[in-house]
Design a protein around this ligand. Sequence first.
Ligand code: GLC
Length: 589
Amino acid sequence: MWNTDNPDPHVENPTFKALYKSIPFFIALRNDCVYGIFFDNHFKTNFDMGYSSTDYYSFGAADGELDYFFFYGDTIADIISQYTALTGRCPLPQLWTLGYHQSRWGYSSQQEVLDLAQNFIDNDLPCDVIHMDIDYMDNYKVFTVDKNRFPDLTALSDVLHQKGIRLVTIIDPGTKVENGYHMYEEGIKNNYFAQTPDGEVYENVVWPGDSVFPDYTSSIVRNWWGSQTKFLLDQGISGIWNDMNEPASFRGPLPDDVVFPGDDMPRQHKEVHNVFGHLMAKATYEGIKKNSGKRPFVITRACYSGTQKYSTAWTGDNQSIWAHLKLSIPQLLNLGMSGMPFVGTDIGGFGSNTNPELLSRWIQASCFAPLFRNHCAKFSRCQEPWQFDKQTLDIYRTYVRLRYRFIPYLYDLFYEESRTGMPIIRPLVMHYQSDPEVRECNDEYLVGDRILVAPVTDQGVHVKAVYLPQGTWIDYWTKERISGGKYILRDAPIDVCPIYIKGDSIIPAWPQLDHIPDGGSEELILEYYPASADSSKYVHYQDNGADFAYEAGEYNLYRFRADKDGELSVSMEHEGYEHHYETLRVEVY
Ligand code: GLC
């Protein structure tokens, strides 16, 4: 484990050893015995999982202490709960962050961003967030804006906000070496950057050319960096996307002996590397929290155990290839089981060129991905949903709308996660641990414990072998009832992603909305799927979806009980948020 920005396709390949994130934690399930081991060492670590011998596994590190934590429990959920009690849980996000995000490296003018937003409106597509990649900066200098191409960022964010769309801007750690540039000058004056062993400021090359690297191990530097977020927040920016923070560098890797002076304890790069992105995310989170009072929205590429406390993450530079669509499911599920629940992949693929079929299958597979963002590289084919034919656009719209429908369910899962560490999307083995059939199931996932998604991830395939665990499952599209404990073959033409609801579930939903309203919807729908039980229960969470008032009790917890005859009873388990729903509607299926 050594946080790495490797642009080669991330596929099974013996030379491909490390990715962007290092989370040295694993869970073992053997017969009915479940345990987890967290090897808390952020030097370079190695895991040999049955390679040298099928009789044992081993792990070790290049340096540092052999500190590891052993968690024992009855279920995988127990292990995740213990691990996240130790390393932290993802705090409740702002509601809008659960909406659809559109990004592309290359949106290079104010007008282009406005046109992009208009295209969503014209094409009847929900969208809550547009991301601005490095193109908005002046010569890739962090915490600057190119005034020629973006003459008035505040006006741009205001106009978009009126249309229900927010802006997120990218920030890289590499700070341009340039006299007169405030970040460089302040950092040099105060010794805020990493150094060579001889005490010179260490330079490498990133997007801005010659660059220096902030020492995020120092609380003073983190405060300084965090305070810069005000520059963007004041111009209406709603979140910050941290990239290149492995750290990535274009003139060879940072040598092991580069020094991070810290507050009072210098450390070498070999010790700091795997937590560099984590500490950058912490600095960004704390800066946004202080400057906005809102729940910070941060995205990071590099992570270490515990980064979930500060940031969401995306899986980095994937490609528009089927292998990466397929891989996205185990990647997101594994991140969730590693304590990082708020994650997503670049929908459509980042590098190389997507196509209508791949994009259609990707939006279906990612429909419930906690972080829901389409992003691609500058030199790739454009992949906004309207770039292809009508069929692709219609499919895309259907699944984005489905996502918006279930946002209250996703938000409830985030509430649960913040208290227990349970991921939002889960592998089947988490809920059907004793069913041997699901132990290696990598192509289906559960959303919470009551929606099962079985996406098609192969080119030209129009039928899916879906494994349904024990119990009654209801086909979301046809409402057909199926007894589980077996495989079924489901027709899956290009516009169908097989989705099943667990019998006896209540699922909260919203009516059709194009944007996530501040404070949520005025109407709550309860989709109820009775099966064998006479009644079903569901606990639903509601708050202002924006700030930290919930910590002081400003939230509502509803307990719903639906009977087979359609009767709904509601009781309040906690009542602290003054805004209640105007309408509650039960839909019985
Ligand atoms: C990196 C990021 C990618 C971004 C690009 C330009 O490759 O992973 O998401 O678009 O840099 O900033």
